[in-house]
Design a protein around this ligand. Sequence first.
Ligand SMILES: [Zn+2]
Ligand SMILES: [Zn+2]
Length: 179
Amino acid sequence: MSPSARVLSGVFLEFEGQPVSASGLFWGEFAPCGCLCGAMTVDRGNGDVLLTADQARLDMNAGIKALAERNAEDGFVFRLMSQEQYRATPFGCEHEPKWGVVEIKAPEGHAWATTDRWHSGRRTRRRHIVPEAAVDAWADVPPALCGAVRSRHAASWSTDRSHTSDTVTCRKCEAAVAA
Ligand SMILES: [Zn+2]
Ligand SMILES: [Zn+2]
């Protein structure tokens, strides 16, 4: 969309006790460690105005409920920011673990994989830890650590980022690694 096609809403939000035009405000996404990890304009410029933190969270997570719920569960928070605050806040994180979120690694000989492979068909929005022998396999597929098996009509397990990136980790698989 060209800048001239932006339609601003004329909506005002209360910010620090004052009415401020939505077009001058940002939603900042703060990681559990306190670092700024994302930001978006409150007024989307297409008639949509993200009035609440929950709306901003869903929008930031591509409208996918499972991702937004996990984002909240992990402790990410959305806060209104002025343009000045946004410019003054560095983006990025030096913490260990990054963004304050522990990433459970698949054990040796295993990989995080999903059967959410195609745009059509039922999406589970989950990735599981499966033995490497299960990846891209169609016959004699061993189950995931949590016991999940590929359903008869599902695609084979995929480790491709383009398939796994809009899924959340299976908590049972994570618990199986920790056990
Ligand atoms: Zn950080
Ligand atoms: Zn699992």
